[in-house]
Design a protein around this ligand. Structure first.
Ligand code: NAP
Length: 265
């Protein structure tokens, strides 16, 4: 697959993994629609790419505002007249124990990470079905495969994405629409700083695991070949997490024992 002249809509494009996706798609000749809440950061990304209004459209949106997303999707579809690739990447993480966490915080994690992506996908799919082509990419996480301390709402939202997009994939085979779920381990971005604590305020600092993790450009470069092949699931994590994913499949009980004795921050 070549992305030359394809229209790619990326959420969470103002930083981290979304920004790295924007660079990679743009370098292959794609036209971009960049979304997140912070419009000025989206313009920074556009400027850094030396993109113009002929090949880049800024579409600010808030994934936690479901009532606005139908209109935003219509705007995205009309920006270049079609959408070939939707990258559901925008998201927030969590650093708090479930018993101490406000339900409002759990709902916010579900709203941004799950319902927002679900809504945009539902709005975009009919046009892809008509085109009989398309690619939906979802940035999930290893937290979409197993749960740990401090990530209850986050892991729930990523498990929900996994279930939803497994079903959508089955429904879309006949329309030639691919679904790729990307499951990264820690990547050095602002994700921990922006994580929600129990009362919904930001965690505000980078976690130790993330300080030494690979950066987002390297992550995207390493998965790029598989992404272009529309591989159905892509894992990009440290050997430790890859082992945990394997143990989860073979013996969930053993993984629970290992996690119980591990330091999770
Ligand atoms: N970094 C990791 O270790 C890691 C590992 C596994 C999975 N992931 C996933 O990767 C994705 C990207 O995260 P990242 O690591 O690149 O972190 P990041 O640098 O914090 O980026 C998060 C992006 O999501 C956007 N966003 C947050 N809340 C939003 C909302 N309400 N509406 C619209 N956009 C919103 C942010 O933009 P605005 O602030 O401008 O809205 C930002 O562009 C997330 O889904 C995350 O769960 C990350």
């Amino acid at each position: 697959m070549t992305y030359n002249n394809k229209v790619v809509w990326i959420t969470g494009a103002s930083s981290g993994i979304g920004e790295a996706f924007a660079k990679a798609f743009f370098n292959e000749g794609a036209k971009l629609i960049l979304s997140s809440r912070r419009e000025e950061e989206l313009h920074r990304v556009m400027t850094n790419l030396s993109a113009t209004s002929d090949n880049c459209y800024i579409l600010p949106l808030d994934l936690s505002k479901p009532e606005s997303l139908k209109k935003k999707s219509e705007e995205a579809l009309s920006a270049f007249g079609r959408i070939d690739v939707l990258v559901n990447n925008g998201g927030i993480s969590q650093r708090s124990l479930f018993a101490e966490t406000d339900m409002e915080t759990i709902r916010r994690l579900m709203e941004v990470n799950f319902f927002g992506s679900a809504e945009l996908t539902r709005e975009v799919l009919p046009s892809m079905m008509e085109q009989k082509s398309g690619h939906i990419i979802v940035t999930s996480s290893v937290a979409g495969k197993f749960g740990t301390k401090f990530r209850s709402g986050y892991a729930a939202s990523k498990h929900a994405l996994q279930g939803l997009f497994d079903c959508i994939r089955q429904e879309m085979y006949e329309y030639n629409i691919g679904v790729t779920i990307v499951c990264p381990g820690p990547i050095k971005t602002n994700i921990t700083q922006n994580s929600l604590t129990a009362d919904g305020s930001n965690f505000g600092k980078m976690g130790d695991l993330h300080k030494s993790a690979m950066d987002a450009d390297e992550m995207v470069a390493r998965i790029w070949k598989d992404l272009k092949k529309q591989k159905e699931e892509i894992y990009i994590s440290s050997p430790k997490e890859r082992l945990a994913l394997l143990v989860k499949r073979i013996s969930p009980k053993l993984l629970n024992i290992i996690l119980k004795n591990s330091k999770v921050t």
